[in-house]
Ligand binder design. Structure first.
Ligand SMILES: [Fe+2]
Ligand SMILES: [Fe+2]
Length: 174
């Protein structure tokens, strides 16, 4: 029987027989997915100066990475690469939406990033971007005093690490 599930990280709902292994929207791992009626998800957090600065930086990182991935999805010279970058673009755009909610913004800022034609170049750029994101999120998680902010940073370290594995697997196969 289908149920309504909800991701505790991005707050988005999912209809299915079983909880998904990863949130189909933000990629959060299964441990953050519960029956919708059984959890509360809040983005109403009182941010201290450090958490606010980190949330603002996180928004910038996610907007930039989403833009890079959508560019690569259109341009890269590999059929599977196009699909991979489209999937990653959607996840990073969802991450940007999390920070938009936390920062109580009306809109998501716009940023146009460049990408390449050669799939290998885009995979290498993806690897650099995910490395930087993981390092930043780890630091931000350690600095966070608010438990909800810490939870989001920790969950996103896991998701960006999954993304890093995707580029590593493909770069290593060459
Ligand atoms: Fe992300
Ligand atoms: Fe990522």
């Amino acid at each position: 029987m289908v149920k309504l599930w909800r991701c505790q990280i991005c707050g988005d709902p999912y209809v299915g027989d079983e909880p998904p292994a990863n949130c189909p929207f933000c990629g959060a791992h299964k441990k953050y997915i519960f029956e919708a009626k059984k959890i509360d998800v809040s983005f109403d957090v009182r941010l201290n100066a450090k958490d606010k600065a980190n949330a603002e930086h996180a928004l910038e990182v996610e907007v930039s990475n989403a833009s890079f991935y959508f560019c690569a999805a259109g341009k890269t010279d590999d059929a599977e690469g196009k699909l991979l970058f489209k999937a990653l673009g959607k996840v990073e755009a969802e991450h940007a939406a999390i920070w938009k909610k936390i920062l109580k913004l009306q809109t998501i800022p716009d940023k146009k990033e460049e990408c390449r034609i050669a799939n290998k170049d885009n995979l290498e750029e993806s690897h650099r971007r995910e490395d930087r994101a993981i390092e930043f999120y780890r630091k931000a998680a350690n600095e966070a005093t608010d438990l909800r902010i810490k939870q989001i940073f920790v969950a996103l370290v896991e998701v960006e690490t999954d993304h890093l594995e995707l580029s590593e697997e493909r770069l290593g196969a060459r």
